[in-house]
Design a protein around this ligand. Sequence first.
Ligand SMILES: C[S@@+](CC[C@H](N)C(=O)[O-])C[C@H]1O[C@@H](n2cnc3c(N)ncnc32)[C@H](O)[C@@H]1O
Length: 271
Amino acid sequence: MSEPAEPTVAAAARVYDYMLGGTHNYAVDRAAAAQTARSFPLAAVGARYNREFLGRVVRFLTGAGIRQFLDLGSGIPTAGNVHEIAQAEDPAARVVYVDYEREAVELGQRILGGNPNATAIRADLREPEDVLSRAGLLDFGEPVAVLMISVLHFITDDEQARDVVRKYVGRLVPGSYLALSHLTWAGGRAGTLQRETSHVYNNTVAESLAIRDVEQVASFFTGLELVEPGLVPLPDWRPDDPDYVPDEDDVPRQVGVGGVGRTRLDVSSDL
Ligand SMILES: C[S@@+](CC[C@H](N)C(=O)[O-])C[C@H]1O[C@@H](n2cnc3c(N)ncnc32)[C@H](O)[C@@H]1O
């Protein structure tokens, strides 16, 4: 089936790519990004915080001995891809990228051409059985890190989001990990701006956003042990800079949290 050359509806993957300075986006995506930027000028900074969080998470996980990654909602391949970081540590590290956006996956496949240990598949992460059956590159008898970075807020139904997470985590052996980041509500003026922005976003981009409370995000880690420092604003999670001090006035820092949970070594998952 041929796809239209120029999409008429913005897509989350391409809006995010544009915010990160990428080139894989269309006029409709740039217009949505510009509208978002008008109501929430610091959205692009938040996108960068998220991508940097992802990089630190993958370095932490490879340091912890993880050699298999299932990156759900991986987005358009942009600088600092998971396989680049993991395979720099160990070329045998295996990565499966999953996204439902055609262009994100096609670009991923092109970038990964000739890489025997990484692949990109087009699938909907809300269908874990399908995704897991196609992630044959990964051995689920060994520890795997499931990454859900800035994607769960696109599953607007709370129960469905929890169920989806449970199904992936339920497949993991002890010593595996779940890493996620998620948009959360800020207080005060930042919260007002955020409400306006999510309204704009929900009216211009194909996907709607479910911004959640930190407690709701924490519930995705039920049955897992959160590694230090827990579920925190993205720049605060294991910062590279030893002199890093959280800036309480930094608005983009207030609109999302991230964390990493480990399946327990002593008992199998009780989910
Ligand atoms: C904001 S981007 C995040 C990209 C990457 N994880 C990161 O943090 O840099 C969200 C991505 O999730 C994808 N996505 C949203 N819902 C999805 C679903 N149900 N199944 C697969 N991909 C999905 C979008 O297409 C988009 O590429």
